[in-house]
Design a binder for this molecule. Sequence first.
Ligand SMILES: N[C@@H](CCC(=O)N[C@@H](CS)C(=O)NCC(=O)O)C(=O)O
Length: 222
Amino acid sequence: MYKLYCVPDWSSLAVRMVLEELGEPYEAILVDNDKAERDTPAFRSMSPLGLIPALETPDGVMIETTAILLWLADRHGRLAPPPSSPERAAFLKWLLFTNNTVHTLILHLFHPERVSSEDATSATLALARRQMEEVLGILDAMVQEERPSWLVGPQPSILNFYLAMLMRWMNGYEQGHPAHIRSQSYPSLHQVLVTLEMRPAAIRAARVEGLGETFFTSPTLI
Ligand SMILES: N[C@@H](CCC(=O)N[C@@H](CS)C(=O)NCC(=O)O)C(=O)O
């Protein structure tokens, strides 16, 4: 059985939602959000930077949200166009784009002190905000123009879950902070959240993690 090392509402949420969607049994191992627990040799041997998530699989421990999601999709043959599909190229491109831009910029918006000196955090936040608006605009336009089946088709892909989690955090961030970006400003992306919010797997994961009802579109962060 998979073992998911998680903290509620951290990046492990996307993995939990995907495991729920796949209907795969897993054990959720709650890690204390206190850094000390993630700093233990035992945890560091699985996740060298002490980051969440980590997933124990029959092939060894995995880290990195995108790698885990893609591995799960490929292993179970669902939630992503398969390697032979003509849709695979675009899917991979936008999955990695989301990982490298949206997820990275969120970390800059939430922890500007990690990427700039103390006295430059407001400039870092302003820059990250502008960059985030640009990349969300690019993604929104892509969805509107291309209507990719792996994002707006009848079945979600791993990217729906990943993107919805990332946008949840921005939707729920304290108003007035540069990290507070409403998904409504990006209508095609917002629709992905609206649709996924009704998905039983997402609802189950949200309940277990205590994320409330409108957990993507109008969330309260925990
Ligand atoms: N590149 C990693 C980033 C994971 C990450 O930053 N996880 C956050 C939680 S959402 C974390 O563990 N933060 C703890 C810390 O930075 O000390 C991934 O995509 O999985």
